[in-house]
Design a protein around this ligand. Structure first.
Ligand SMILES: Nc1ncnc2c1ncn2[C@@H]1O[C@H](COP(=O)(O)OP(=O)(O)OP(=O)(O)O)[C@@H](O)[C@H]1O
Ligand SMILES: [Mg+2]
Length: 341
């Protein structure tokens, strides 16, 4: 499932195709305009806030991931950007368009994978994509897109015959058929098996390599870590952290820990002595990771001691995510049962 789109194909879009905010003869100037700009976005349902004032800027060609617990406001945000839901307050610009009034013009330039999609169950994969292709001015060839998402074997199968994961691939194909400039993917790989997930990641990476912008939501931290140039964590309708996955919550600067198991009777340097856990492993925080680890390994090599299962750990994206969203369970959210604001 690899993308084989020429650079030419990407470049053929004229600036006029990119919407009012991009109508400039100077391509580099238009590239500098944000693909998505959100200021002070608010949305309530029946007086209960679901999105409580968020700001986002997504650059062209960027893969951006919105992370957050169930009910945090991700789908609400994405669907406002797609023009499917109205907003209560705030400024929103998508490829230079306002998704409210300009939805019709904007639609030709965006591709969408909704959190749940209903497609006609009795059409085949190829028929479904042919139908969607007719809605776009410059669709990609149907069979190319089918190949892209790995559905060639199922080209003539009816939608009803596809497994959940295969239907999700069809959703991705529908999003790609219009050769969009910007893709919205709401939990695109939910229900995929691990190998299908990795294949989908390749497709998404390749799209970004062609200069397409990708806005996705996900509950999989490995997905965000692998794909995203930048992530934002939303909880209770507010952005609580934003940055590249490798530095979110300053995790690159947080204390490293070493973990290992010693053979009986060996005595490491004094600062590496600690009572082992029930699994026999010792885990110790190290301030100067490089020199401290060097000292420990030097001792082990000199003494001929095997440090079984040796590893150096830093908080993972998931650790940081959990600490950011920890005390923001559903009931604490404005839109949740115990909404307090
Ligand atoms: N159409 C709606 N009518 C009323 N309330 C809604 C509606 N859509 C969403 N909500 C509420 O708004 C809040 C945010 O929901 P949203 O679907 O945006 O969350 P999410 O982050 O996408 O969650 P998930 O991870 O479960 O998909 C929730 O409290 C939800 O119950
Ligand atoms: Mg959602």
């Amino acid at each position: 499932m690899r993308l084989r789109l020429g650079r030419e194909q990407h470049d053929r879009k004229s600036s006029a195709e990119l919407g009012p905010g991009h109508q400039t003869a100077n391509a580099t100037e238009s590239d500098r305009l944000p693909a998505i700009e959100v200021r002070g976005l608010e949305k309530s349902y029946g007086g209960v806030p679901a999105v409580a004032g968020i700001d986002l800027t997504i650059r062209p060609g960027e893969i951006f991931a919105l992370l957050g617990p169930n009910g945090a406001g991700k789908t609400t945000t994405v669907e406002i950007l797609e023009g499917y839901r109205t907003r209560d307050r705030g400024e929103v610009t998508v490829l230079g368009y306002d998704p409210g009034p300009d939805r019709t013009q904007m639609k030709a330039h965006i591709g969408i994978v909704l959190q749940s999609t209903a497609v006609e169950q009795y059409l085949t994969v190829a028929e479904t994509l042919t139908m969607y292709a007719e809605m776009f001015p410059h669709p990609r060839p149907v069979d190319e897109v089918i190949g892209l998402v790995g559905l060639t074997d199922k080209r003539d199968a009816r939608v009803i015959q596809l497994s959940g994961g295969l239907q999700r691939r069809l959703d991705m194909a529908i999003a790609l058929i219009g050769d969009p400039q910007l893709l919205f993917l709401d939990e695109p790989t939910t229900g995929f098996d691990p190998s299908a997930r990795h294949e989908a990641w390749d497709v998404i990476k390749d799209l970004a390599a062609l200069g397409k912008t990708v806005f996705l939501t996900t509950h999989y931290m490995d997905e965000a870590q692998y794909l995203a140039d930048r992530v934002a964590v939303i909880a209770g309708g507010r952005i609580v952290a934003e940055g590249p996955p490798s530095t979110l919550g300053h995790r690159e600067r947080s204390t490293a820990r070493v973990r290992f198991r010693l053979p009986a009777g060996s005595t490491p340097p004094s600062d590496f002595r600690a009572p082992p856990g029930s699994d026999g492993f010792v885990e110790i925080a190290v301030d100067e990771a490089v020199s401290d680890v060097h000292r420990l390994l030097h001792w082990a090599v000199e003494e001929g001691v095997e440090l079984e299962g040796f590893e150096v750990k830093r908080p993972s994206l998931e650790d940081v995510y959990l600490s950011l969203t920890d005390n923001r369970s559903d009931a604490d959210e404005p839109g949740g049962a115990g909404g307090s604001s």
